[in-house]
Every structure is written in C-alpha cells, then in structure tokens.
Design a protein. Structure first.
Length: 196
C-alpha cells in the first residue's frame, strides 16, 4: 500500500485534488474532517478545546463553532499553538488508526489530505508528499470569489502556514494547479499511474 500525503497552502485546490484522487480509486483521509469529528461534543477533543478557549466558542447546540475558533487562532499565534498542542496528537492517532484499517483491507493507495501535513509532523505517516501549488493571484481569486474571504483573512491564514518554498523541501512531487479541473485530473492520474 502506498500512503500519499497531499498538502499545499490555502486555496491551492487540495480538496478538489483529493476528490479527483478518490474518483481515481484512492482512499482519502481528510485531516480537517478528522479534526471536525474529534471536536464533537462529549469527546476528549471537545473537552480540551472548550477548557482552553472557553464556552464562547460554542454554538447554541453546544458544538464548537469552527469560525469563532478560527477567528481566535488565526489572529493569535500563541492561541493557535495551544490548539495545535491539544489537537495534533489526537489527529495523529486517528490518522494512524485509519491508515492501518485501510491497510488490513488491502487498499492500494491512501491519500492523507492535510494543509498542515508538514507543520503537524504527519508527513512521517506517509510514504510520499505531494505538494499542490498555484500562483498567488489564482489563490487570491479562489479565496475571494469562491469562499468570500477578505484580504486580511487570507493573509492571516497564509501566515499561519508554511510557504511553498518550505514545503518543497519535503515534497516528492509538486503539482501546479493553475488550470482547469480536467488539467488537474490529468496530472493526478499520471502521478497515480506512475506510482503503480
């Protein structure tokens, strides 16, 4: 089984790439979705995060409001580091558990999609790191037009992540996502085929 870590900065198209890889037959573990599950009320993640950041991060149903939490952690480095100290070990354990479950099923390719693959040390769980990149003007357009993000929010998110230059030091493969989805699909299909 080959485990691929798919990473890249915000707005580079990781989710689209992961969806394409899944359509091409890979099993996908989305670290963001894993984190979301670990934030569920009643979990140890929920208890620790609410203990660290207070009940004001909760929505009326008692769930962690990720937008409220993001507003805190993406504007305060110490708050972000506190959240990472709580969540990264929990996420690491769950990603490892899912990889092993897929291995026992005989899955050929597993993709771990994670913006913070390198920062969180999850690259040590994978066989190869695939880095998705896109020119800054395309990233800004995607984030502004498709997600409705303001320039200040974009800058805060980007400053919380490694640069592409830093990520390249860990990457086994760099995929430039500056074109259409069909062009991205062609690149990913070729990369997956060369891995078989």
């Amino acid at each position: 089984m080959k485990v691929i870590g798919l990473t890249g900065g915000i707005g580079t198209g990781k989710s689209a790439a992961a969806q394409i890889l899944q359509e091409l037959g890979a099993a996908v573990i989305d670290a963001d979705k894993v984190a979301h599950e670990l934030y569920a009320p009643g979990t140890s993640g929920w208890e620790a995060v609410v203990g660290a950041f207070g009940r004001e991060i909760l929505d009326p149903q008692g769930r962690i409001d990720r937008k409220r939490l993001a507003a805190i952690v993406f504007n305060d480095r110490q708050a972000r580091e506190r959240l990472e100290r709580i969540m990264h070990p929990l996420i690491t354990e769950e990603i490892q558990r899912r990889i092993e479950a897929l291995r026992t099923r005989g899955t050929s390719h597993v993709v771990v999609e994670a913006a913070l693959l390198i920062e969180a040390g999850w690259h040590s769980l994978v066989d190869e790191v695939w880095l998705l990149t896109a020119p800054p003007e395309i990233v800004h357009h995607r984030l502004k037009e498709l997600r409705g993000m303001e320039p200040g929010d974009i800058a805060a998110r980007q400053s919380a992540q490694l640069t592409d230059e830093a990520r390249r030091m860990f990457a086994h493969r760099v995929i430039e996502n500056a074109g259409t989805l069909s062009e991205l699909r062609e690149q990913l299909a070729a990369a997956l085929a060369s891995d078989c």
